[in-house]
Design a protein around this ligand. Structure first.
Ligand code: FAD
Length: 456
């Protein structure tokens, strides 16, 4: 294969294994994923992406896409991999309350800019994931119960499809592709930029409360009762965290189990304080950081680690959370468990997350999901089978309350394939996605992901 023709058509770096800068270009968040593409293209423009996609199509190379590397899933060995980190355009229109964000922009940067003009978007827990990749997979964030998924507010996307065409996709210009891209993630092309609506949220009542492991059962049982009847203004999750003895963990939380309640309330702070009081009555927390926070501090609600880590995850969507389900989570991840999990999280869903948005999209499994369970274990590849095995046991034990389905953005690190992609959508949506895939990517070039196979 003559990579010189590719180099001639691309302004950014085109790197082969062994070239200086190849490994650096492939650096991402999740250290369990070892990238080994045949060639890497560091895209600097739409033209670079078009040249790379056309080269891959001509030579039958599968195409992998790397944003910030939190969600890499299957091996990209032998692929042509496109990195998006140089696509850093970010425009916020204060009057129109809209944003246009290119594929390399991470949430941290977006939040900093938007908060300066008193606007907010539906970012997730982590400030280091890219806005585009997160949104294409749905985008489940701390304002979700009030405003839905991030994908629900997207109005336009610029995408290079498998034929090398650059398309400006809206509900009017390409209705099918517009529906599929918002939820179907990386299956339909390289998305260069997205446009979406913003919210006038300068501040909110919320934050995190860390309770000692001894209170874990009380916190989770209260969370179970409390979430049976909550206003949509309140989005909440609770995580059992086994925090390592590492410097990035604040000293009082280091090397111990904690129960971490995270809340965001979009009503009045005094109502929020009343709502959260039952947790404060449970006992003395290690840290209580709930109060009135500026949107600029939204990432502190979850306080996700920002430095790269070796993570294996698993998850399940639950239709209900009875007391027995909480006991099951505690049995595998609570104070008495010899658990390899660094995080066992239960997010409360429902509200706007359950409703079809004004312009429907492919984001799956809305109707019957009331809780999202997300498990994370940390370790190197030799531990993969053990860690995944433990996670699977817990997921199996939650079977009686599970919908048997998954949330696409919470599938990564060795957890992909057609079998898993099917679980992220309703059967009707999956069938429609497969049909759209056949139209726009019949050779399935975009298959280094949770792959939606082109319909036969
Ligand atoms: C610590 C942590 C916290 C998280 N919290 C949340 C959360 O609160 N809510 C939530 O919804 N998700 C959450 N996620 C999941 C995260 O949103 C997804 O994994 C997301 O895809 C990561 O973005 P990235 O840029 O790191 O993606 P990458 O790993 O670089 O990409 C993942 C996949 O996305 C696709 N992709 C990336 N860029 C493009 C593009 N430009 N065009 C087309 N396809 C593309 C490709 O298929 C690629 O394989 C979290 C993940 C981690 C590790």
């Amino acid at each position: 294969m003559n990579f010189e023709t590719l180099r001639a058509g691309v302004s950014g770096p085109v790197l082969l294994p062994g070239d200086a800068g190849y490994a650096e270009e492939l650096a991402g968040y999740n250290l369990t994923v070892v990238h080994a593409p045949q060639v890497v293209v560091g895209a600097t423009s739409a033209e670079d992406v078009q040249a790379a996609v056309r080269f891959a199509a001509e030579h039958g190379l599968p195409i992998a896409i790397l944003g910030a590397g939190h969600g890499s899933s299957v091996s990209d060995e032998g692929s042509l991999l496109i990195t998006t980190r140089r696509l850093t355009g970010l425009v916020i229109d204060e009057d129109a309350r809209t944003a246009r964000v290119e594929a390399g922009v991470r949430w941290g940067e977006f939040i900093e800019q938007a908060s300066k003009v008193g606007l907010a978007a539906l970012n997730g827990s982590s400030p280091t994931v890219t806005v585009v990749s997160y949104t294409l997979g749905g985008g489940l964030g701390p304002f979700g119960r009030k405003h839905g998924y991030a994908a629900d507010h997207v109005t336009a996307l610029d995408v290079v499809t498998a034929d090398g065409e650059l398309r400006h996709v809206t509900a009017e210009s390409e209705p099918d592709l517009f529906w599929a891209l918002r939820g179907g993630k990386g299956n339909f092309g390289v998305v260069l930029a997205i446009e979406f609506g913003l919210f006038p949220i300068a501040a909110f009542y919320g934050g995190g409360i860390f309770f000692p492991g001894e209170l874990a059962a009380d916190v989770l049982h209260l969370f179970q009762e409390w979430t049976q009847d909550l206003p949509e203004e309140m989005s909440a999750s609770v995580g059992l965290l086994h925090l390592p003895p590492l410097p990035f963990v604040p000293e009082p939380l280091r090397d111990r189990l904690v129960a971490h309640l995270r809340i965001t309330y979009l009503g009045s702070p005094s109502e929020g304080a009343v709502l959260v009081q039952p947790f404060r009555d449970l006992g003395t927390p290690i840290i209580d950081a709930v109060g009135i926070l500026p949107y600029a501090a939204i990432a502190s609600v979850h306080s996700d680690p920002v430095d790269p880590l070796p993570l294996f995850e698993h998850g399940a969507l639950l239709r209900e959370l009875p007391k027995e389900a909480v006991d099951t989570v505690l049995r595998f991840a609570g104070p008495d468990a010899a658990s390899p999990l660094v995080l066992a999280e239960i997010r409360h869903m429902g509200g706007a997350l359950s409703r079809t948005p004004e312009v429907p999209n492919a984001v799956g499994n809305r109707d019957d999901t009331l809780y999202n369970v997300f498990l994370v274990a940390a370790g190197g590849p030799p531990d993969a089978a053990v860690l995944h095995g433990y996670e699977q046991q817990l997921i199996d034990a939650l079977g009686p309350w599970s919908t048997g389905r998954r949330y696409l953005n919470f599938m990564f690190a060795g957890d992909a394939g057609p079998e898993t992609a099917v679980l992220a959508f309703t059967p009707e949506s999956y069938e429609r996605l497969a049909g759209i895939k056949r139209r726009f990517d019949p050779a399935n070039l975009f298959r280094i992901n949770h792959n939606i196979r082109p319909a036969a």
